[in-house]
Design a protein around this ligand. Structure first.
Ligand SMILES: Nc1nc2c(ncn2[C@@H]2O[C@H](COP(=O)(O)OP(=O)(O)OP(=O)(O)O)[C@@H](O)[C@H]2O)c(=O)[nH]1
Ligand SMILES: [Mg+2]
Length: 212
């Protein structure tokens, strides 16, 4: 995808209404600090449109980034113009952050749950796992929960730049085993530093746009 425009369009708190304009959504879930907002910036080619922080618990609302782009298609190579496409990249608050009060945790959990339940435009859920670590009990719970809601989670192994190349396959395997993923589940290693994996993630998103 060649991104032409990206903006933060809607911020949803606990009681807010979801956008209703028929535009498809793909959401990014994962533990606090795993790199959801950084990944969204990477996809949008923006440095800091989605706010990131080295301290976990940065994103506390559901943020809808409206992205308009155009694909690099054969048609274009032949001089034909392809139409603009629009998609929402949905940044979710992270889970598993110990410093948040029990009450806050419940509110956020309910907010994420409601969103995943209610959005009719949500086509895919990406679950982010730090490539350095085995999945936690919370990660496994999230994976199962997303699966039970009718989505096949696509796993993104984040912070790829933090490990040696020779360790990548071993870690990908550990993530698959830890989550006990369904057969055929994709695990895409990604680095917000080098942008490795960006094209592969966009091609998955484009697949959902095609299915519409
Ligand atoms: N080296 C490296 N650092 C990363 C990468 N992705 C994210 N980070 C860093 O990890 C920290 C957390 O990133 P965020 O994108 O804010 O994480 P988040 O999942 O949105 O966190 P919450 O909003 O708290 O749920 C920041 O300091 C980022 O710079 C990556 O691919 N490589
Ligand atoms: Mg965030």
């Amino acid at each position: 995808m060649i991104v032409k425009n990206a903006e933060l369009e809607t911020v949803c708190g606990i009681t807010s209404k979801l956008p209703e304009n028929g535009q498809i959504e793909v959401a990014f879930a994962g533990k606090s600090n795993v790199g959801k907002s950084s990944l969204i910036n990477g996809l949008m080619n923006r440095k800091s449109l989605a706010r990131t922080s080295s301290a976990p618990g940065k994103t506390q609302t559901i943020n809808f980034y409206a992205v308009t782009g155009r694909r690099e298609t054969k048609k274009e190579a032949q001089g034909m113009v392809s139409a603009d496409e629009k998609v929402y990249l949905v940044d979710l608050p992270g889970y598993g952050y110990a410093k948040v009060s029990q009450n806050e945790k419940q509110k956020w959990g309910k907010m994420i749950e409601d969103y995943l339940h209610k959005s009719s435009q949500l086509k895919a859920v990406f679950l982010l796992i730090d490539i350095r670590h085995d999945p936690s009990a919370n990660d496994k719970q999230m994976y199962d929960w997303v699966l039970h809601n009718g989505f096949s989670p696509i796993i993104i192994a984040t912070k790829l730049d933090k490990i040696k190349r020779s360790q990548v396959q071993k870690q990908v395997k550990a993530i698959k085993q830890g989550l006990q993923v369904e057969k055929g589940t994709r695990v895409i290693p990604f680095s917000a530093e080098t942008k490795q994996g960006r094209e592969e993630i966009w091609s998955v998103i484009e697949g959902f746009l095609d299915a519409e």
